[in-house]
Design a protein around this ligand. Structure first.
Ligand code: BES
Ligand code: ZN
Ligand code: ZN
Length: 464
């Protein structure tokens, strides 16, 4: 995994980077030589977050760069540097606290990302950061996983329909010698995935259930499930244009689990990994499913369709039943499931639901460590009645306008075997605007937290 934004040897011409927190600046500058002091002053540098100042030597070559940070948590400020700094080699000067240095290295990699499939990148290559050779492999794997998530989400449905998601999963399987399997179209009915078929049957790009298996069968079984709605028009309950505009991202959950799978396999986590992706397009044709339809799920619960735009939970229901059948140690699903989760926690924070308090607690600890935000919402059982149906076992959308992220999670919970630890993430998977290190468009959210947690739980591997 070679990313052009990092190098592991220190070239002679490498330029030193000083990251200075605003509060420390007045003390720090006193310790610099007169040349540096006068230069920084003349340039009006005041260590504002994300600002930087190039300092030349006597020959006029850049010798060092001083970068301002708001505080010790301001690692994202470094995300602007690979594109903003002149091409060349840079190394982080001694003295920076290890955790901040690691996050800055990460931010650098994430800031170097370019989505180049449809538009040429700028001429200037990213500035290159010198990193420690032992850290290069896990760090690059982590950054690569995020790139994978972003690329998959940013690719429009025309080139990232259900068959393309399957192709992407198949390629990843090949790279790591994992087993790959899929059922498509009417095979879904024979194999017992009626809800995946129902949601996806109106599209020319046939619905499918994609599965990847990897690792020693004697290791603990970890199952990842990703919502793979390659486009969510809302179905017959059609979305309005402004809500539909970004719905190529509705396979963001699938993108997350594929990114995670790459990371887990690359770092050889000692687990028996299973990835399950129901991939569909929620679109309209004569065969589209309809409000009021009642369909029997894989688990044999009958589901009444209250709204065809609540399609994610339908396809995930069959996937969760399927996942539960071999009693894994842990199931994690990731989905762009509800607008309500975004109303609750905004666009950046992954909403977490979990039926196991210890797991939830440990995930929160890892979120703090990795600075990759997640936050729990409750599986509040009294709300379960909001998705009762008078004529079926359950309805996919209640009539209440409140608590939509919770009722969606409670719907999913019906399809998970009671004794299995299960985590559900409701994510945005999209940056609504550009910020350093986080370009507008597809984004991995909670992925670093989950991976750090998995490393704690299952041991070995060392990506941050
Ligand atoms: N894919 C959407 C949820 C979504 C919307 C996620 C915007 C992120 C940003 C999902 O399929 C959906 O449409 N959910 C509905 C459910 C409702 C009909 C019960 C929603 O949240 O409005
Ligand atoms: Zn929808
Ligand atoms: Zn959706």
């Amino acid at each position: 995994m070679n990313l052009t934004c990092y190098v592991t040897t220190t070239p002679n011409d490498a330029i030193s980077l000083y990251f200075i927190q605003k509060n420390d600046y007045s003390n720090w500058i006193k310790e610099q030589n007169v040349h540096e002091q006068t230069w920084l002053k003349a340039n009006g540098f005041n260590a504002e977050s994300g600002t930087f100042c190039l300092i030349p030597n006597a020959k006029g070559d850049v010798e060092s760069v001083v970068v301002g940070l708001k505080d010790e948590n301001d690692f994202w400020a470094a995300g602007a540097l690979p594109k903003a700094l002149p091409a060349g080699h840079y190394f982080i000067a001694e003295g920076l606290q290890a955790e901040l240095r690691h996050l800055i290295e990460l931010s650098w990699g994430l800031g170097a990302y370019q989505f180049t499939r449809y538009k040429k990148p700028p001429e200037k290559p990213p500035a290159q950061l010198v990193i420690n050779s032992e850290e290069a492999s896990p760090l690059s794997a982590l950054v690569d996983a995020v790139y994978t998530v972003r690329d998959l989400i940013n690719t429009p449905t025309e080139n990232m329909g259900p068959s393309d998601v399957a192709e992407a999963a198949s390629q990843i399987s090949q790279t790591f010698s994992a087993e790959f399997q899929q059922w498509e179209g009417d095979e879904l009915l024979n194999q017992g995935f009626p809800l995946v078929h129902l949601v996806g049957r109106a599209s020319l790009n046939k619905p499918r259930l994609i599965e990847l298996k990897w690792g020693n069968p004697n290791h603990p079984r970890l199952t990842l499930i990703g919502k793979g709605v390659c486009f969510d028009s809302g179905g017959l309950d059609l979305k309005q244009s402004h809500n539909m505009r970004t719905m190529k991202k509705d396979m963001g959950g699938a993108a997350h689990v594929l990114g995670l799978a790459k990371l887990i396999m690359h770092q050889s986590l000692p687990v028996r990994l299973r990835v399950i992706i129901p991939a569909v397009e929620n679109v309209i044709s004569g065969s589209a499913y309809k409000p009021g339809d009642i369909v029997k799920s894989r688990q044999r619960l009958t589901v009444e369709i209250g709204n065809t735009d609540a399609e994610g939970r339908l396809i995930l229901a069959d996937a969760l039943t399927y996942a539960s059948e071999d009693n894994p140690d842990l199931i994690i699903d990731i989905a762009t499931l509800t607008g309500a989760a975004r109303v609750a926690l905004g666009t950046d924070i992954a909403v977490m639901f979990c039926n196991d308090e210890t797991v939830s607690h440990e995930l929160m600890n890892n979120s703090k460590k990795t600075q990759d935000p997640i936050w729990p919402l409750p599986l509040y059982q009294p709300y379960r009645k909001l998705i009762d149906s008078p004529i079926a076992d359950i309805e996919n959308s209640g009539s209440s306008p409140y608590g939509g992220a919770i009722t969606a999670a409670l719907f999913l919970q019906e399809f998970v075997k009671k004794n299995i630890s299960w985590v559900h993430f409701d994510v945005m998977a999209w940056n609504v605007s550009h910020r350093p290190g986080r370009p507008e468009g597809g984004e991995a959210m909670g992925l670093r937290t989950v991976f750090a947690y998995l490393q704690d739980r299952y041991g070995l591997g060392s990506a941050r």
